[in-house]
Design a protein around this ligand. Structure first.
Ligand code: RAM
Length: 359
């Protein structure tokens, strides 16, 4: 299974880097109540092209302080000016299952036009998201999904049904297909992570996965750098024969690589998974990491902004096979009963191309 296969029907166009820089500033609050009040915003003031009031969008990432989500915000901000849209970004400090609820509720109170959210749980957010939709607010999930009836459509970076399998094959590639390995995931409730872990488990139990590999553990770093590093170090201690840590989280893989880069086991234990090139460059250069993968997160923000504008002006009606054009990117398709849009394309990074990317 190659990365091209998980692109599924996505048009193979890489989002242009650059464009408007995010004006986002993040403030970390101590409590959820405080967070709802102080989480800072990113607002791209749009020129009032063609007159009319700007569309007001609230985007709620999993948590603050993760460069991965800053890249999605960058994509929103690239698209916002031409769409006469303002995008406010608010998020909890931690990616707990219910931590985003106060932010959804605040957006409903503010009567925004649309809420885009990268959810921390499959079901816990549903009552609030349903209230938003009942209030006439467009609701999209981005980079991970809730239950289907809690949002109008969902944008995913690649075909999630193939990603678990891909992660196992990637582990086989960097280890030569032999040895014990472990997953270092994000939070235990994260719908994106869990769908990949389930996909990997299905692949392994099907008997089709590389026979020499043994998945010995799955641990959770909660997308916090310190906890992820502690979990990675604990894996090294617990499994003296460990061949690889696969962290399908940009926070986890950077933390694991940091730990390995300073460990005598560097070179014996491989680190792979999903990471941003900017966080992983030094570990490719120092030989800690051979290869990892991702996609350009910004593209999901660009597509989300155009989709919201289309849903709001009626040029896009959510449905099971709806094609729409994203200027500068190409056509995307909202497909299936899940009304899912694949942003694509997936990308692998190694020493030969790491310097070609900047996100
Ligand atoms: C982390 C988050 C995110 C995931 C990426 C790959 O930043 O866990 O949800 O999609 O990594």
């Amino acid at each position: 299974m190659g990365l091209v296969a998980i692109a599924a029907s996505a048009t193979m166009i890489l989002a242009a880097c650059g464009g408007n820089e995010s004006s986002s500033e993040e403030t970390v609050a101590e409590t959820a109540e405080e967070e709802a009040v102080v989480a800072e915003e990113t607002v791209e003031e749009a020129p009032a092209e063609g007159g009319g009031e700007a569309l007001r969008v609230t985007y709620i990432p999993k948590n603050l302080g993760n460069p991965y989500f800053d890249a999605i915000v960058k994509g929103f901000n690239e698209a916002a000016p031409e769409l006469n849209m303002t995008v406010e970004v608010v998020a909890p400090a931690q990616a707990g299952a219910t931590d985003q609820i106060p932010f959804i509720d605040a957006a409903i109170q503010q009567q925004v036009d649309a809420i885009a959210i990268s959810p921390n749980d499959l079901d816990a957010l549903c009552p609030s998201l349903k209230r938003a939709m009942e209030a006439g607010i467009s609701v999209l999930t981005v980079n991970g999904d809730t239950a289907t009836d809690c949002r109008e459509a969902s944008i995913t970076p690649v075909d999630f049904s193939q990603l678990g399998r891909y992660l196992v094959d990637l582990t086989a590639e960097v280890t030569g297909g032999e040895g014990e390995w472990a997953f270092l995931s994000a939070t235990s409730t994260a719908p994106d992570q869990n769908s990949w872990l389930e996909g990997a488990a299905e692949y392994i139990s099907s008997g089709e996965s590389p026979a020499g590999l043994t998945l010995v553990d799955t641990v959770y770093g909660d997308d916090q750098p310190d906890k992820s590093a502690t979990e990675a170090a604990a894996l090294l201690t617990k499994y003296p024969d460990l061949a690889a840590i696969n962290a399908p989280t940009t926070v986890g893989i950077a933390a694991a690589a940091q730990v390995l880069s300073q460990s005598p086991r560097k070179g014996q234990v491989q680190v792979t998974g999903l990471g941003t090139p900017n966080q992983m460059r030094e570990f490719i250069k120092d030989g800690t990491v051979q290869k990892f993968a991702l996609w350009d997160p910004a593209l999901q923000g660009v597509i989300a902004a155009h989709l919201i504008a289309g849903l709001q002006n009626g040029s896009i009606v959510a449905g099971e096979q709806v094609a729409f054009d994203v200027p500068g990117v190409g056509e995307r398709i909202m497909a299936g009963a899940e009304r899912q849009i694949i942003a694509g394309p997936p990308q692998e990074f190694d020493a030969s191309n790491i310097d070609d990317f900047d996100f």
